[in-house]
Write a new protein. Structure first.
Length: 277
């Protein structure tokens, strides 16, 4: 009976609203630091007026809406936009949609497994492409909805390659949080903490470089999360926080990768200054 109750649409809707309220409360009571100078400059330079792809790992989904609230307040061109978040058709996706709706985010339902078989993935890809062609924002968790953890599926590279939209990769951490025992080791932020958002500068994916784009997203997301986690751990220890923050800011200011279809995926991750002239 209890299991049936927790799966009921009305229960899930109420639970989603309550969790959305809690996430908003935790966000507002956290003292945030933003490491995103290069990304902010790119958005203010005109990218905010066009299509945007925002990627973050599934484990940080409760920290994703806070970035949008923060950047929307800093960059007026983002204010009228409503990001479309890709979620699964499973009830978990419906639940997540209810949580992020509180922050002005909307949902696209559909996912594909790691083997490429469709679970609404083709229709979702077409919908996301329409959103991007309309100069909208698409948010995606490349390892969702079922993992493996921190392994990007092919869809994010395909979306970036087909749309030509700039890809922003994001990681965040707080000094007070709960780690779930789920497949993604999801993070639930606690109130009255300190937090760090790491938004890396955007890059684009050429039409024939979808796999290189996928690999770049995977690498950059993990780097952003690791940098944020290192800072949070240093703050908790009471030592090394300044150095960890400097490292996160350096990562956020690093030149974005330049991708080419003719290069192996690993070689395609070389930043501008590391590539031969």
């Amino acid at each position: 009976m209890l299991k049936r109750l927790t799966r009921h649409p009305r229960f899930l809707s109420l639970a989603a609203r309550l969790l959305g309220l809690y996430v908003a409360f935790a966000f507002r009571t956290t003292r945030w630091t933003l490491a995103a100078d290069a990304a902010t400059e790119a958005l203010r330079g005109g990218l905010a007026e066009g299509p945007v792809i925002l990627a973050f790992w599934h484990e940080r989904i409760t920290l994703g809406p806070g970035l949008w609230v923060t950047m929307r307040g800093r960059i007026p061109a983002l204010a009228p936009k409503h990001p479309q978040v890709l979620v699964s058709r499973h009830r978990d996706g419906v639940f997540i949609g209810g949580v992020v709706a509180r922050f002005g985010l909307e949902t696209i339902h559909g996912s594909s497994d790691k083997g490429g078989s469709s679970k609404g993935g083709s229709a979702a890809l077409r919908t996301m492409l329409r959103v991007l062609r309309g100069r909208g924002v698409v948010a995606i968790t490349p390892d969702g909805p079922r993992g493996p953890r921190r392994v990007a599926a092919t869809g994010v590279g395909q979306l970036a390659a087909l749309s030509g939209a700039p890809v922003f990769t994001y990681g965040a951490a707080t000094t007070r949080c709960i780690r779930l025992r789920s497949w993604d080791k999801g993070v639930i932020p606690l109130p009255f903490a300190r937090g760090l958002m790491v938004l890396l500068p955007p890059f684009t994916v050429p039409p024939e470089a979808a796999e290189a784009g996928r690999a770049a997203v995977e690498t950059l997301l993990t780097e952003a999360c690791d940098a944020a986690d290192a800072w949070a751990e240093a703050v908790r220890r009471g030592t090394g926080a300044e150095a960890a923050l400097a490292a996160a800011r350096a990562l956020a200011g690093r030149a974005p990768p330049v991708l080419a279809a003719s290069l192996p995926a690993g070689a395609a991750l070389l930043p501008n200054e590391a590539r031969p002239a």
